[in-house]
Design a protein around this ligand. Structure first.
Ligand code: GDP
Length: 362
């Protein structure tokens, strides 16, 4: 799926760079350009693509210091500059636009929903968010910012693909130490998904295409992406069990949003050497994902790739009712209220989602 990236804020820029580099290294050609936008000059200087500094009149290139309302305001004021940097990069071949940001900070948190909203007014292609949730041990400002941003970004984008910063952490590693490895994990998942929609090598019997990604994401406003890989035997028949166990790991331990398995739709992509991917295994994996997610809209397909491994990628669409998200929104709400004691959870998961306690940003 040919996509253009807009990285907003520090995390957005760094993750976009990781995505561009992964796509180049793998020779996929699915990432068709990237632009980074920030209020902090210093965070833009190391990025190898076009950058736009916004809010110069207000913050003089120094950043918004975690104030996401200011982040939203300056983005709105300077939106023309952002849109003109994108002009010419988004063309007839572009199939989707990704607005990439960390939701806990200021510029990305406030600015990304504004960018998504404006892009949707102009372009017909889907505008997706790729949003990073702060880890549990990040301070309350990050949780509140992310809660408000999440609510607004999910409303403005066609779908918001979420990554929890706690998802890929190794034991003993702080969130900050782990950023680079987290970014690599995210880039691998998203990069493979975009490339799967391109199907670059050979012609498989049931290759995935962009419309399947789009249709999966059409269901609901929040999405997640799971991944796992294992060594493969040369013959497809020998890999049925490997596909099944890799599928389980991709969903249960390899997701960008752990424990969010209740979904409205899903796409299961099995990547590997064409002769090594068992059709029966793909179908079995698809059915298992149907049971596990409770969705009857689970698509399955393969992604021919020269590798001695088999990888399984699971895109979940419409996961907003999951307990994991309720937990996060609850965390954000509690942080906002500055309460030490946890409040009772709503009886019906999903209610928190519709709460009025967290203000929309826009
Ligand atoms: P902004 O520049 O004001 O938008 O702020 P940041 O992009 O630094 O956003 C802060 C949030 O993003 C925090 O929750 C951080 O944990 C997270 N973050 C910052 N940099 C990275 C990164 O490189 N990778 C990941 N995964 N998260 C990051």
């Amino acid at each position: 799926m040919k996509s253009v990236l807009i990285g907003v804020g520090q995390a957005g820029g760094k993750l976009s760079r990781e995505l561009v580099e992964f796509d180049e290294r793998m020779g996929f050609g699915a990432v068709r350009g990237a632009v980074a936008v920030n209020t902090a000059q210093a965070d833009l200087s190391s990025l190898p693509f076009e950058t736009v500094l916004v809010g110069q009149d207000r913050v003089k290139g120094q950043g918004v210091g975690g104030d996401n309302e200011l982040g939203a305001e300056v983005m709105q004021s300077d939106i023309r500059e952002v849109l003109s940097a994108l002009d010419g990069r988004i063309g007839a071949e572009t199939e989707s636009i990704f607005v990439v940001a960390g939701l806990g900070g200021g510029t990305g948190s406030g600015g990304a929903p504004v960018v998504a909203k404006e892009l949707k007014r102009i372009y017909d292609v889907p505008v997706y968010g790729l949003g990073i949730l702060p880890g549990r041990d990040e301070g309350s400002m990050y949780q509140v910012n992310a809660g408000r941003s999440l609510k607004t970004f999910a409303r403005e984008a066609d779908s918001l693909l979420l990554v929890d910063n706690d998802a890929f952490r190794s034991a003993g590693e702080s969130v900050t130490e782990g950023f680079d490895s987290i970014n690599r994990e995210i880039a691998k998942r998203v990069g493979l998904l975009l490339a799967a929609g391109e199907s670059v090598e050979g012609v498989a019997e049931s290759v995935v295409d962009s419309s399947e990604i789009i249709n999966t994401l059409r269901n609901g406003s929040i999405a997640a992406l799971g991944y796992a890989a294992a060594d493969a035997a040369p013959e497809a028949e020998e890999n049925i069990n490997a596909v099944m166990s890799t599928t389980r790991r991709a969903l249960l331990t390899g997701s960008s949003l752990p424990d969010a398995t209740d979904a409205d739709a899903a796409l299961v992509v099995v990547a590997g050497e064409q002769d090594a991917v068992p059709r029966k295994g793909v179908e079995r994996a698809r059915r298992w994902v149907e049971e596990e997610t409770g969705s009857l809209q689970v698509r399955g397909g393969d992604f021919p790739l020269s590798s001695d491994r088999i990888a399984v990628l699971i895109l979940l669409g419409g996961i907003e009712r999951s307990e994991r998200l309720d937990d996060f929104m609850q965390r954000a709400k509690e942080a906002q209220e500055q309460e030490a004691t946890a409040e009772a959870k709503p009886d019906n998961p999903g209610d928190v989602w519709a709460n009025d306690d967290l203000d929309n940003l826009l």
